[in-house]
Design a protein around this ligand. Structure first.
Ligand code: HEC
Length: 136
């Protein structure tokens, strides 16, 4: 009697183990994030924004999304950054390469680095946009 109880128990636990190991992945509930746009750095910067807002340049779109909150919408300086990109003196003091490097690497202590958030093309578009501030 004891023998058959042990046998049944062994059989049951074997089935249990087998069932567990072949269980499919638990069902995953889709969230809003699964349907969201791809991250901005994976969107082709020269096409998608142009299609969505043909009235704005790529640089303007990036500026409004990433930079305006600190530098102000018109580049004259804002709450966090005092530098005035519309100033002729500032424009003359920087070359394009240095502007691009500053955007990528940041400028301690308060200018964040954008190397991981923006592609090289996006940074070039921002440099053009910062230059456009100087022509207004
Ligand atoms: C969290 C606030 C913040 C954000 C966001 C930010 N910046 Fe800055 N940035 C600063 C600060 C602060 C400085 C330091 C200069 C100052 O104090 O005015 C600075 C400096 C710079 C400089 C160098 C100015 C100089 O004379 O050396 C450039 C170029 C620049 N930012 C471009 C950008 C661009 C382009 C973006 C968007 C991709 C951006 N920044 C986003 C805060 C910010």
């Amino acid at each position: 009697m004891l023998k058959s109880v042990i046998l049944v128990w062994a059989l049951l636990s074997a089935c249990f183990v087998a069932a567990c190991s072949t269980d499919p992945e638990p069902l995953r509930v889709w969230t809003a994030a699964d349907h969201a746009h791809p991250p901005e750095n994976l969107v082709d910067p020269t096409r998608v924004p142009q299609q969505e807002r043909p009235d704005l340049t790529v640089g303007e779109l990036l500026w409004q999304g990433k930079c305006a909150r600190c530098h102000g919408p018109t580049g004259q300086g804002g709450r966090e950054a005092s530098v005035n990109f519309t100033s002729a003196d500032w424009q003359a003091s920087m070359d394009d390469r240095r502007i691009a490097q500053t955007i990528a690497a940041g400028k301690p202590p308060n200018m964040p680095s954008f190397a991981d958030l923006l592609s090289g093309t996006q940074i070039e578009e921002l440099v053009k946009h910062i230059r456009a501030f100087g022509r207004n």
